[in-house]
Design a protein around this ligand. Structure first.
Ligand code: UDP
Ligand code: UDP
Length: 469
């Protein structure tokens, strides 16, 4: 196995550059393992230490431990003064720190590593593509959200230009569909927002990449993927190749010990399709008054549930007491039929359980692709960012249902326990919804199987890396 700094190798050396947060690290890890184990590439994954969350550091440790063929390439950031952005989200701040370091520090790192191709995270694209161009290094982008969101990213700069940079309304994406004003990520309504500046810069630069990989599949998002490929979305009428390679296969790490987690043991003991799995992802906290209503709703639904509660943005800071968070007596009343945890659960393992019948999800894109691969119906409750756009994909594709009147971060109104209970009961009893989710699973399996669209696209991408283009 070649090591960093060796000369040219027979295998292409593909360097993967994720930004921050599990939503970005997870698909990059999956891509790293797929390229390294099934597609003949020598792969390095760039890491920035310390990570923002402890979930990311545990994940990296497990990944490099289990897949020694995937090499670690440490990226040391230049000093970054965050005081310019008071109260900014810690993950967006890390994006910014990486974006500022890339023009000076990334080039030497890639040159030392003898990279032959680079795959950058979408959040870093506009600063990384020029660095790669200077090195004459083929540069691809991994778009970590839906193809619908990718189409919004490509179209949004032109939308703003035409709009005189005024208020953002419904956004009609050429060749795709309309994203209603209420589904446009909160930050994008503010042109000065740190995320908006990054998003617009990245959207403008994307057409200069050598191709875009997206963790989706043709049958799941036919409109967006076709329109991007046809160049209909891009103002230039041209767009580089789109490699829809999803759902990227999960990477399983051998358990550190022989003890199966307590929640898995509990799930194994429950009847088929009787449990509602509730998770709002790794990225954000749900407001306390909404947590209480959700607790009331789950209790009133009468169904069994496994609920992952998160009360702070960064997991290291989470020291809240569950009993106090969810209301007096709640944990005692639901004992036996409800399991609540503040810790990290292996979501992949949870979604595989026969006993799980419904996923109440924030629609982080990885969670959506995992539900699609498992054929698990989703009750979409987007809270932030791209999640309403993703929830639209869930509803269109038949993977699940979305009550689009339910509020999200920054909107007035708490969704009542009563509404939640009513919807949970309806979807848990909905045979048609279950069958539709199974059809999505079948289409996903076909896409990634030998000869399927996603399989072929990943093989084509690896071939390009071998060809040095
Ligand atoms: N995840 C997990 N356990 C948790 C929370 C999240 O395994 O307790 C995983 C989940 O399976 C997904 C990723 O972390 O792969 C979260 O990414 P997603 O895009 O769903 O949402 P985000 O956390 O970025 O909002
Ligand atoms: N493409 C695809 N499926 C196909 C054929 C083409 O997704 O069955 C897309 C894909 O994004 C690919 C691009 O079209 O990257 C160009 O494909 P082609 O095989 O012509 O060129 P290559 O990618 O091998 O350079």
């Amino acid at each position: 196995m070649p090591t960093s700094g060796d000369g040219p190798t027979s295998q292409p050396h593909v360097v993967l550059l994720p930004s921050a947060g599990m939503g970005h690290l997870v698909p990059f890890s999956r891509l790293a393992v797929a390229l390294s184990s099934a597609h003949g590439c020598d792969v390095s994954l760039v890491t920035v230490l310390p990570t923002v969350s402890s979930a990311e550091s545990s994940h990296l440790e497990a990944l490099f431990g289990a897949f020694p063929a995937v090499r670690r390439l440490e990226f040391h950031l230049a000093d970054f003064d965050a005081s310019e952005f008071p109260n900014a989200d810690p993950f967006f701040l890390r994006f910014e720190a990486m974006r500022r370091s890339a023009p000076l520090l990334l080039g030497p790192l890639l040159a030392r590593a003898s990279a032959t191709a680079l795959v950058t995270d979408i959040a870093l694209s506009s600063v990384v593509i020029p660095v790669a161009k200077q090195l004459r290094l083929p540069c691809y982008v991994l778009f970590t959200a839906s193809a619908a969101m990718l189409s919004l990213c490509v179209h949004f700069p032109a939308y703003l230009d035409a709009n005189g940079n005024g208020l953002v309304g419904d956004v009609d994406i050429p060749g795709v569909y309309q994203i209603p004003k209420a589904s446009v990520p909160q930050a994008l309504h503010d042109p000065k927002h740190l995320f908006t500046r990054q998003f617009v810069a990245n959207g403008r630069e994307l057409a200069k990449s050598d191709g875009v990989l997206v963790n989706s599949f043709d049958a799941f998002e036919p409109e967006a993927i076709a329109a991007l490929r046809e160049g209909a979305v891009s103002a230039a009428g041209f767009f580089p190749p789109v490699f829809s390679v999803g759902p990227l296969a999960p990477v399983s790490f051998p358990a550190g010990n022989n003890n199966r987690a307590d929640y898995i043991q509990w799930l194994e003991a429950q009847p088929a399709r009787s449990v509602v799995y509730v998770s709002f992802g790794s990225r954000k906290a749900v407001a306390r008054d909404q947590l209480r209503e959700l607790a009331a709703g789950l209790e009133a639904s009468g169904h069994r549930f496994l609920w992952v509660v998160k009360s702070t943005v960064v997991d290291r800071d989470d020291d809240a007491d569950l009993g106090e968070l969810l209301g007096e007596g709640f944990l005692e009343r639901v004992q036996g039929r409800g399991m609540v945890t503040k810790g990290w659960v292996e979501q992949e393992d949870v979604l595989k359980q026969e006993s799980v019948g419904l996923f109440i999800s924030h629609c982080g894109w990885n969670s959506v692709t995992e539900a699609a691969a498992g054929g698990l119906p989703v009750l979409a409750w987007p809270r932030f960012g791209d999640q309403r756009v993703n929830a639209g994909v869930v509803a269109r594709s038949g993977l699940g249902v979305w009550v689009d009147s339910w509020s999200w971060e920054g909107e007035e109104g708490v969704v009542s326990g009563e509404s939640i209970a009513e919807k949970v009961k309806a979807v848990m009893g909905d045979e048609i919804a279950r069958n539709k989710a199974v059809s999505v699973r079948d289409a996903a399996a076909k896409a990634v199987a030998d000869g399927g669209t996603s399989y072929r696209n990943l093989a084509r991408f690896a071939q390009r890396c071998r060809d040095g283009r």
